[in-house]
Ligand binder design. Structure first.
Ligand code: ASP
Length: 464
């Protein structure tokens, strides 16, 4: 007999079926043994009576979380035995065949509860077990639904999904880069992308016009708040589009995600309010104001914060920095003005805000090489450095570049808000600790001397 999913057993009522999965729980009532079996689709009650001696003896050995397969008759449960809480609560299997596929030791923690009370270190170390938990399983499934919706929506809008490299060169998104030593070019390093920013802009030079990617971004930041060293963004870029077109597209996409996948949620205001940066600071003293009225669990207050200043003064570094990133287009292309009064220049930059969190940011981009160069100069880069670091962009822009812009809403924070989770680790399958360790894999880890020799690297201070 071919194995079917537990959710499909309802359709087999009156007939036979075979299922496989994990032992969720075991109970006995008098001489009858009840085993609840669980697979990705749900839980099914199996009934084993002493009349079949072989099966009964096998069933007596079985422990929670063993992996088993069973076949038998799918019967309607007696009316008073129905369980309205589960989809398959109206039926049960009277077992005629039973096999143990693998045994399990007692789990290091219970997976029956929501798990918030269990130490996160332990949950992370045994993440593959933690993911058996109903809440996390649901989080993974809902995340996939949102990503699939985004894909289908954007492809219908004419976007092309393109992967960009992970081994690349430093990108200035304001964080520290993770670097990877090159074996073939000893002494040279790749950087992991802080975002696909430059690649997506270069794709606009290629004539792709509408690009998107569910992109992994890497930022080596100090432990601070609810952050992860790698996170996922919906990265998109459009040619010939103005700010209005980009914001409308995002607004439309997010309204539809909510309507389709989270219909119980209420969006407070449509169209999403647009608030200038200066107004937001004046009114709310925040560039990511929480506009919710009641802060109940299903209320969503989206907003766009627009008209950010182009530059901010970095006191520690004694220089101007781009508020978003240097590729952002200033609202003027008067080079003298940009260089003379950086503090007065506004940018075509917008942040996407939800319930007091920044869930994305984007901008129109400088596509005139001289404007881009002026911005780098204001930021304190020497002409020679500009060409060494960003020559590829300036060169590309000499060959016919369309005006373009984009945005990159984060997936992790958005999912955490929608699923009412207290942090983004609950919506990431294999998340890391605040200090960027993967407790399950034991990463980062030392490498052996041979590997270091190949890379021509010397460690001056060994891990204790
Ligand atoms: N690359 C930017 C970021 O990661 C987003 C964008 O400007 O499109 O924040």
């Amino acid at each position: 007999m071919k194995r079917i999913y537990i959710s499909q057993t309802l359709k087999s009522t009156g007939g036979s079926a075979k299922v496989s999965g994990w032992v969720n729980s075991i109970r006995s009532h008098g001489k009858i043994i009840f085993i609840d079996i669980r697979d990705i689709t749900g839980v099914l009650q199996m009934v084993i009576s002493p009349s079949n001696k072989d099966i009964y003896e096998k069933a007596k050995q079985i422990r929670p979380e063993w992996v088993i397969e069973a076949a038998g008759k799918i019967n309607e449960r007696p009316k008073n035995m129905e369980n309205p809480d589960i989809e398959t609560g109206k039926v049960e299997m009277s077992v005629e065949e039973l096999n143990v596929l693998s045994k399990a030791e007692t789990l290091p923690f219970s997976i029956e509860s929501e798990g918030y009370d269990i130490s996160e270190e332990i949950r992370m170390k045994y993440r593959y077990l933690d993911l058996r938990r109903e809440r996390l399983r649901r989080n993974m499934i809902m995340r996939q639904k949102v990503i699939q919706f985004i894909r289908e929506f954007l492809i219908k809008e004419g976007f092309i999904e393109i992967e960009t490299p992970i081994l690349t060169k430093s990108t200035p998104e304001g964080a520290r880069d993770f670097i990877v030593p090159s074996r073939l070019q000893p002494g040279s390093f790749y950087a992991l992308p802080q975002s696909p920013q430059q690649y997506k802009q270069l794709l606009m030079v290629s004539g792709i016009e509408k690009y998107f990617q569910i992109a992994r971004c890497f930022r080596d930041e100090d432990p601070r708040g609810d952050r992860q060293p790698e996170f996922t963004q919906l990265d998109l870029e459009m040619s010939f589009a103005d700010e209005e077109e980009i914001l409308k597209l995002v607004e439309n996409l997010y309204i539809n995600i909510i309507k389709d996948i989270f219909p119980q949620k209420k969006i407070l205001q449509i169209p999403f309010p647009r608030i200038s940066y200066s107004e937001a600071m004046k009114e709310y003293n925040s560039d990511k104001p929480d506009l919710r009225k009641n802060k109940n669990k299903d209320e969503l207050a989206f907003a766009f914060i627009v008209d950010f200043p182009m530059f901010e003064w970095k006191k520690e570094e004694n220089r101007w920095d781009a508020v978003h990133h240097p590729f952002t287009r200033p609202k003027t292309d008067n080079i003298d003005e940009i260089k003379k009064n950086p503090d007065k220049i506004l940018a075509y930059q917008y942040d996407f805000v939800l319930n007091g969190f920044e869930i994305g940011g984007g901008s129109l981009r400088s596509y005139k090489p001289e404007v881009l160069e002026a911005v780098f100069e204001v930021m304190g880069h020497k002409k020679k450095d500009i060409h060494q670091k960003f020559g590829h962009m300036l060169t590309a822009f000499k060959y016919g570049v369309p005006p373009h812009g984009g945005i990159a809403p984060g997936i992790d924070r958005f999912m955490a808000i929608l699923l009412n989770e207290p942090n983004i680790r609950e919506v990431i399958a294999f998340s890391k600790t605040g200090d960027s360790r993967d407790l399950m894999m034991g990463a980062p880890d030392i490498v052996n001397d041979e590997q270091l020799k190949e890379l021509k690297l010397k460690i001056t201070k060994k891990k204790k």
